[in-house]
Design a protein around this ligand. Structure first.
Ligand code: PHE
Length: 380
């Protein structure tokens, strides 16, 4: 081709249409890219293109010539159009294949060494908890942070005059549709409302954990107004306190990565479980160190018990047919313990220096087989 002006190349007086066609088709099939192809199309079929111009001359011809030439020109036009389309398809495919071949990524390349992001210890603990209970066959359930009082209190066998409902503990939110305080919302004070929400949605057997944010009006070195809990709920026909103990023992062994960790259960009280207990783990407290798993001291880590029949009924489950256990555990304090972080408030101060020190390298995922906490993955 060698020139950009095709009109110039296909000279107007080129009378032999067959020659013209051959020339154009050769040019089309040797057009190296889509841009060139488009140039050819415009110069031949465009508004001022060669064929278009020729069509315009038909008007001045005799009827006979008009019919004959018109027919030939139309045929020529169709042939050119078809060839253009074929070539276009071909070039497009070629371009695609070229891109596919060139835009590959090498997944074996090392990650960029300057990666700075860190996983927050709370997120890490969250992943660890999900990994451990996931291995035991628990599903993760969720509920809203803004709850109604039915789910947060009433359905959990906490009548209106229960101390936990007093203003100093609970953050209430006005209900725009009702001035009645009983209708106001709360930001959930624990993850236990997810027990009720799960029972409303699912039929037993139920085996869920519900990790998430919880809120109470409290603030010191071991309490923040927003903190994290994980709820556990197991319901079946023959679920017993023995299952509860076995399950939680397996959990703390896996979580603290201590096989013979010492534990004990103390009788306790929660409105929504009967009987209720608290679980402690053994530890040794010395002046400036806390050693977990052995020693003469005890550390309370969670509340638990057999689901109260009234709670089952409130969730729409027949307490004569089903029974189950539940537990609830604050895991911010577990993160402090496990990773030696002295003040809970620093968790939520968003200090990038703190996160660089206490955070985790993103690629070290928690799993029961691949290593839970990957202490080697600590950023420090
Ligand atoms: N919801 C309780 C709390 O916040 C913990 C708990 C959950 C206790 C489930 C027993 C059973 O303290």
């Amino acid at each position: 081709m060698g020139t950009d002006s095709f009109n110039f190349m296909y000279e107007e007086n080129m009378e032999n249409l067959q020659d013209l066609q051959n020339k154009i088709l050769t040019d089309i099939s040797s057009a190296a890219n889509l841009k060139k192809l488009e140039e050819i199309r415009v110069s031949v079929l465009g508004k001022k293109g060669l064929i278009t111009e020729k069509m315009k001359t038909l008007g001045s011809l005799s009827m006979e010539d008009k019919i004959a030439l018109g027919k030939e020109l139309n045929l020529l036009k169709t042939t050119i159009e078809n060839t253009l389309n074929e070539r276009k398809q071909f070039l497009e495919n070629q371009e695609l294949n070229h891109r596919l071949a060139n835009e590959t990524i090498d997944v074996t390349l090392p990650i960029r060494p300057e990666t700075q992001g860190r996983i927050h210890p709370i997120s890490k603990i969250y992943e660890e908890i999900v990994a451990i209970f996931g291995e035991m066959g628990f599903e993760v359930a969720e509920g809203p942070d803004i709850e109604d009082q039915f789910h947060n209190f009433n359905a959990l066998n906490m009548p209106a005059d229960h101390p936990a409902r007093q203003m100093q503990d609970t953050f209430y939110i006005n209900n725009p549709n009702s001035p009645n305080v009983d209708d106001s919302f709360v930001i959930r004070t624990h993850t236990s409302p997810v027990q009720i929400r799960t029972m409303e949605k699912k039929h037993p057997p139920i085996r869920i954990i519900a990790p998430g944010r919880t809120y109470r009006s409290d603030y010191d070195a071991t309490h923040t107004p927003m903190f994290h809990q994980v709820e556990g709920l197991v319901i079946d026909k023959t679920t017993t306190m023995a299952h509860l103990k076995g399950c939680l023992y397996d959990f703390v062994r896996a979580f603290f990565e201590i096989d013979n960790i010492k534990v004990r259960y103390r009788p306790s009280y929660f409105p929504f479980t009967e009987p209720s207990a608290e679980m402690d783990i053994g530890c040794r407290k010395s002046k400036d160190e806390l050693k977990i798993g052995e020693g003469e001291d005890w550390l309370e880590i969670l509340g638990c018990g057999m689901v109260h029949p009234k709670v089952l009924a409130a969730g729409g489950i027949d307490p004569n047919e089903y029974q189950g256990f539940a537990f609830g555990m604050g895991f911010d304090r577990l993160a402090m313990l496990k990773y030696g972080i002295p003040d809970l408030r620093t968790f939520f101060e968003s200090d990038i220096r703190w996160l660089k020190y206490y955070g985790f390298v993103p690629l070290d995922e928690s799993s029961m087989t691949g290593g839970l906490s990957n202490n080697g993955g600590l950023a420090r």
